[in-house]
Structures are given as C-alpha cells and as structure tokens.
Design a protein. Structure first.
Length: 252
C-alpha cells in the first residue's frame, strides 16, 4: 500500500511533513486568497451552507429542479473566480452526481469524486485548497447505499474473493469501516458499512491537515458525513443534532 495512504489513514496528521496546501507540499500558490477575501466575508457560514444543501436535496426530491434553467451565460459572472458553498467528497458512481442531488449550479460545489469516497494525498490537497484559498465553509463526505467499492471490501473481509492488487488503493481504506460494521451487529451490514466509511473519512479529514483543523476550531468550517439513498435520492446527513436538519439525520 502506498505511503500516502498509510499516512492519511494510519493515524492523522504527520507533523514532520510540511502542511498540505503549502507550496512545498502541493505546489499550490494562494492565488485565490486575495480575490476571494471579500466573498469570504459575505459567504454562508458552515451552518447556512449545510442548510442550503439540505434545502436543495429536498427541492430535488419534490421534483423542483432548477438545473434546467442553467445556461452557458451563467458562467460570465464566475470568470473572476469561484467561492463554492461546499466541498463534496463523493463516490465516482454515475448515479450520485452532487450538483443534481443538491440542486446546485455552476460555482456552487467543489467536487472530489473517487470510487468509495475515500481521500488520498491529492484529494486532501484539493480539499485544503477549497477551504484555505476558496474559503469553502463546508466539507461533506457523501457515501451511498449500494456502493460497489464497499461491497468489494465486504467480499474481501468475508473471504469470498481475494484482493485484486490493481484495486488495492480503492478497497484497502474501506476495510476498517466494514470491520466496524461487522462489530456493530447492525441489521443491515451493507448500509452500516457505507455509513461507517463516510464517518471515518470525515473524522480523518478533521485532523488530516493543520489548516482544516484550525478552520474547524475557528468556526469557519464544518466537516460532516452523509449517505445518499440509492432507492430515493435522499441525502441523509449523519450524526447531526436534530435541530440542525429535518432531513432524517441519523442512520441512512
């Protein structure tokens, strides 16, 4: 397993390394810091951004899709930069497009998608860039029921198939979530594994980089886990106080 994966998933931030997002680690210059500072003062808070996503998903479920009104001219006002309201760490599954599920148009969502919604070093650098230089107030790690990557990890844990070396970097990070689900005794182990995978990734991100941890401590950033129900399209945000959402937060 690659060194970057062991670093990110093996116990949090490596203080001996440069902070991800510095030019020495990622090559990312803070080009958006100045241009987006004004927008940062007027942009949504983490709580407001989360409420916008919840409202967008509810509108999608009601069939009130605003995306049909989006046109190429909408890009004109975004030529100077972007200030997305949320970063979505999602699965690459073609049935889980964040812009549609949350009813959002251009410039609204900064999406990072890979099978199994896990994060490697480049994914982490992208998240740090969105938070540190685009002033993004919310990171949502969104899994989904019926996830093939999670199912593959379950099959390996259950001894049904051997680990395919070509899929190792996708599957290995998910195995701890599957083991957590097995220990939980949940009625639906597959759904629980998807939930635990999203939770684990969200929890790791909170301490994976100093800039993310600092933003959380300062109240500028919230990192949450969610699961999209494949049968309904509803996005269920996990482990939120009941007052934070009325979308069925809790188990998917």
């Amino acid at each position: 397993m690659g060194g970057y994966m062991g670093w990110l998933w093996g116990g949090g931030r490596d203080k001996s390394r440069p902070t991800t997002g510095s030019t020495g680690e990622t090559g990312l210059e803070p080009v958006a810091a100045k241009t987006s500072s004004a927008a940062a003062r007027t942009g949504p808070t983490p709580k407001e951004a989360l409420a916008e996503l919840i409202a967008g998903n509810e509108a999608f479920l009601r069939g009130e899709n605003n995306l049909g009104h989006i046109k190429a001219d909408d890009l004109d006002e975004l030529q100077g930069g972007q200030n997305p309201i949320a970063t979505i760490v999602g699965c690459a599954d073609s049935r889980t497009p964040p812009t549609i599920l949350f009813n959002q148009g251009f410039g609204r969502l900064f999406s990072i998608r890979v099978a199994g919604n896990t994060v490697d070093r480049r994914g982490l650098a992208s998240i740090v860039y969105a938070v540190k230089h685009l002033n993004c107030p919310l990171v949502v790690v969104m899994g989904h029921t019926g996830c093939g990557a999670v199912a593959a990890a379950e099959a390996i844990v259950d001894g049904k198939v051997p680990l395919d070396p070509s899929l190792e970097e996708m599957i290995v990070p998910i195995i701890p979530a599957v083991l957590d689900a097995r220990r939980s005794g949940a009625a639906d182990m597959a759904v629980r594994a998807v939930e635990e995978n999203a939770r684990r990734v969200a929890d790791k991100l909170k301490v994976a980089d100093a800039s993310l941890a600092d933003a959380i401590d300062a109240g500028r950033l919230k990192v949450v886990a969610a699961v999209k129900r494949m049968d309904t399209g509803r996005v269920v945000f996990l482990d939120l106080p009941s007052a934070s959402t009325d979308n069925g937060a809790g188990h998917a």
